[in-house]
Design a protein. Sequence first.
Length: 104
Amino acid sequence: MQIPPQSSPFQARIALKQPASGKLVRELRQLTALSQEQFAALLGVAYSTINRWENGHVQPSLLALKQIKALLEEIHRSSSGEKQEYSQLLLQQYFPVRTQNHEV
């Protein structure tokens, strides 16, 4: 009998939102006003990877989702106005803060 690998709390939160990850990638890319090629270079992946994520053919890896979250947090810290508000909305929608299995 195989024991399933332990998952981190971060991984559990991400897994709940993965079906919408393509939408998140597209919204974040549009928020940054980058092309798929430019966004791919920023994350260190191929253009085709961004395309597949956005079209729902492949889900971003846990590492990629961590990079996406970090980028959203950076945009939120360094921006103002609508861009800051929208980045906060995306963070709340896709990366909700949880404590003891409850969303905050």
